[in-house]
Design a protein around this ligand. Structure first.
Ligand code: DX5
Ligand code: ZN
Length: 220
């Protein structure tokens, strides 16, 4: 599994998003946290910002929708040019239809699980998925402490994915930094979201290199 790093612009300067995207040329993705004040107690950005960002950077956008009605909105993020669109299992009412619509628009389809949501009930959904996102904090805010209790689920998810051919990426999101990323990689994650660990660093590009090296070491 190749290590991929997806810096979260939640920790970037929202007034200078194009510059912040340019500050991480070595990122595999730009993680875009969409929050709606309903699914989570925070409000960030939506489609117009994703459309603008799409034009401002060549880095593919990894849109994480923390919104109450992903069935209604997710396909539009794919249509806006996101390379990956992830919906929450706790919010989707018609995940099969929505995931298929995301793929039909040419994007990768992801399913996110909160820390307390088990992965096993979603096994039959795996053929519809390109990525499983395991939240390693409660969603809503950057800068929270990594939850080690999610690591056993990362392991079980990797095993489930392996049994289904190993095609699906396993992403971790929340509290991922130079200290915690090794445990995530060792447990089987291969896509790593990092907000404060990248944009809180004096050199965001160097922080990505460090995270990638630590994850690659832990995988080996
Ligand atoms: C939290 C978001 C995360 C957040 C991660 O709800 O989904 O993507 O930006 O930020 P850090 O890396 O600071 O925990
Ligand atoms: Zn996120």
């Amino acid at each position: 599994m190749a290590v991929q790093i997806s810096p979260s612009i939640l920790a970037a300067d929202f007034a200078r998003l194009a510059d912040e995207a340019a500050a991480v040329p070595n990122a595999d993705w730009l993680h875009v946290d969409v929050m709606d004040y309903h699914f989570v107690p925070n409000l960030t950005l939506g489609l117009p910002v994703v459309e603008a960002l799409r034009k401002a950077t060549a880095t593919p956008l990894d849109c994480h929708l923390m919104i109450a009605d992903p069935d209604r909105w997710a396909p539009q993020y794919a249509e806006a040019g996101a390379g990956s669109v992830t919906i929450h299992a706790e919010a989707a009412k018609a995940p099969v239809r929505t995931l298929r619509e995301i793929r039909a628009q040419g994007a990768r389809a992801g399913l996110a699980l909160n820390p307390a949501t088990a992965v096993e009930p979603y096994e039959d959904l795996l053929p519809e998925l390109d990525m499983l996102l395991l939240m390693t904090v409660e969603p809503g805010f950057g800068g929270q402490k990594f939850l080690d209790m999610v690591l056993p689920k990362v392991r079980r998810t990797r095993e489930l994915v392996r049994r289904h051919g190993g095609r699906i990426w396993v992403q971790v999101d929340g509290g991922v930094d130079a200290e915690t990323i090794g445990r995530c990689a060792e447990a089987g994650a291969d896509v790593f979201v990092a907000g404060s660990a990248v944009y809180g660093a004096s050199d965001p590009g160097a922080a990505i290199d460090e995270l990638r090296a630590a994850a690659t070491r832990a995988q080996a």
